[in-house]
Design a protein around this ligand. Structure first.
Ligand SMILES: [Zn+2]
Length: 198
């Protein structure tokens, strides 16, 4: 991907307020320059649509041949559904049933088809691994794996399949005593703190 496209995607994420730049205290206690609020993506469909349009172009270029777009519940459902609509493909989602990633029985057409997986943010890839395993059980070929944001800074293949990220952004987190943003005196923000009723 050209740097221009990465910048373009970064700008769209910032516009949707899904990606905040500043000085944040993460739930781990570490500090970071970036904070993702992925709920903002589905909260603003018009902003999400612009991002999905770019994802759709990437999918068309890299994995043109498949019948289904599959997304794990819940955050990626809107993203995968919108991509499927624009691509003229079918859509299905997986959900956890007693800890196991499963398909609703109504999605029987997935069996034996070709599918791509669309996920919102790649961090460890755990959910995608489970979806790939579920598709294997159904004799469904995985034609591609796509994520809006690759936070790993260069995704490793999952089950031998390359992962294609629209935005690659490695998010560094610092212990407070070595945090460069603390040293610069930038005010620390604790995301979500304003939501909590005392
Ligand atoms: Zn700090």
């Amino acid at each position: 991907m050209s740097p221009t496209t990465n910048d373009q995607v970064l700008r769209l994420f910032k516009e949707s307020d899904a990606l905040l730049q500043g000085h944040f205290k993460l739930t781990s206690g570490k500090h970071s320059e970036w904070y993702f609020e992925k709920i903002r993506l589905i909260e603003k469909p018009a902003a999400l649509e612009k991002i999905v349009d770019l994802l759709v172009e990437k999918i068309k270029a890299e994995s043109p041949n498949f019948e289904y777009v599959i997304s794990p519940a819940y955050g990626a459902i809107a993203i995968g559904f919108l991509a499927a609509l624009k691509l003229g493909k079918k859509f299905a989602f997986t959900q956890r049933v007693e800890e196991k990633m499963s398909f609703r029985s109504g999605f029987s057409g997935v069996d034996g088809s070709r599918a791509i997986i669309v996920e919102d943010i790649l961090t460890t890839g755990g959910s995608i691994h489970e979806v790939v395993a579920g598709l294997k059980e159904r004799n469904t070929a995985v034609s591609g794996i796509f994520v809006l944001v690759d936070r790993t800074g260069g995704a490793v293949p999952i089950e031998g399949k390359p992962v294609s990220g629209l935005l690659a952004l490695k998010i560094e987190a610092f212990e407070p005593d070595v945090c460069p943003f603390c040293k610069m005196g930038i005010p620390l923000i604790k995301p979500g703190a304003s939501d909590k009723k005392v």
